[in-house]
Design a protein around this ligand. Structure first.
Ligand code: UDP
Ligand code: MN
Length: 271
């Protein structure tokens, strides 16, 4: 069995997942979207109506020390975010629920997509890639290529892997500054790299505009500020992307003439 999977631990990310589910349907995805949902998740009825399968989940069993080191306040003071803002509804400890997907032994392969992302075209061929696969954390400079982003990845579930992960994750004094992302890069040091187009981060739009080639982009990931946050700090620079998210959320189709962030950008007909 194959499936897409996302994570929802509150209503805000439930809303995000609904846009993701609608975008997958529009792109003609061949596999369903499974939503790993904690008890505080929202929008579950809407997600079911959209054809999603809901699987209840919870944070992995984590020691008290680990939870303290990775609480929102501690994480923001020890490893502050200097490039962008994390919304108040983002809890770093909830990110570790992603690891639970390795327990989904009924599935041969899963494509995980963050709830703050939408697909712009069909990405079923991700299931042909060997696990573990992710894209670079590219949003500012070339240096970003050295790190991976955990918003899109291909994984092969295995309970043995899950247990090995947990044993490695929660050791005395360990601190994962960017939570699941730092951990997954550590656990899979030889991660296979996807082109950035499979997980294009919204800041690329203003930091590296030459890379914003609409016809090539496959998954758009709204890292940091979320498109459904009213009037966030970057809503002017990101307006075309925010408008696009709302269009998808409301069930509209993806327009063919999206505004390019630079002059002379190629269009679909140049390909
Ligand atoms: N998530 C969640 N609740 C939280 C934090 C994270 O449901 O409090 C899930 C959600 O799927 C989200 C993903 O984990 O998309 C990673 O968090 P986020 O996308 O906010 O991180 P960023 O992409 O900004 O680094
Ligand atoms: Mn994200």
């Amino acid at each position: 069995m194959l499936a897409y999977v996302t994570l929802v631990t509150n209503a805000d990310y439930g809303r995000g997942a609904l846009a993701l589910a609608r975008s997958l349907r529009q792109a003609g995805a061949a596999h369903p979207l499974v939503v790993l949902a904690t008890e505080n998740a929202g929008y579950l009825d809407e997600l079911v109506a959209e054809g999603c399968r809901i699987i209840e989940t919870a944070r992995p069993e984590l020691s008290a020390g680990f939870q303290e080191r990775h609480s929102r306040d501690r994480q923001h003071s020890v490893a502050p975010f200097t490039k962008g803002e994390k919304p108040a509804f983002h809890d770093p400890l909830d990110n570790f629920c992603k690891l639970r997907l390795w327990q989904m032994g009924d599935y041969r392969k899963l494509v995980f997509i963050d709830a703050d992302a939408i697909v712009l075209r069909n990405v079923d061929r991700l299931f042909d890639y060997p696990a573990f696969v992710a894209a670079p954390n590219l949003y500012e400079t070339l240096q970003d290529f050295d790190r991976m982003n955990a918003g899109v990845f291909v994984a092969e579930p295995s309970v043995a892997t899950y247990e090995a992960m947990l044993a490695e994750l929660d050791q005395p004094e360990r601190f994962w500054r960017r939570t699941d992302q730092t951990f997954l890069q550590y656990f899979f040091p030889d991660w296979h790299g996807l082109p950035y187009t499979f997980n294009v981060l919204q800041y690329v739009y203003f930091n590296l505009p030459e890379l914003w080639l609409w016809p090539d982009l496959k998954i758009l990931h709204y890292q940091y500020e979320k498109p459904w946050q009213v009037g966030h700090g970057k809503s002017d620079e990101l307006k075309p992307l925010i408008d696009l998210w709302w269009q998808v959320f409301e069930g509209g189709t993806i327009p063919g003439d999206l505004p390019s962030p630079f002059a002379g950008a190629p269009t679909a007909s140049d390909r």
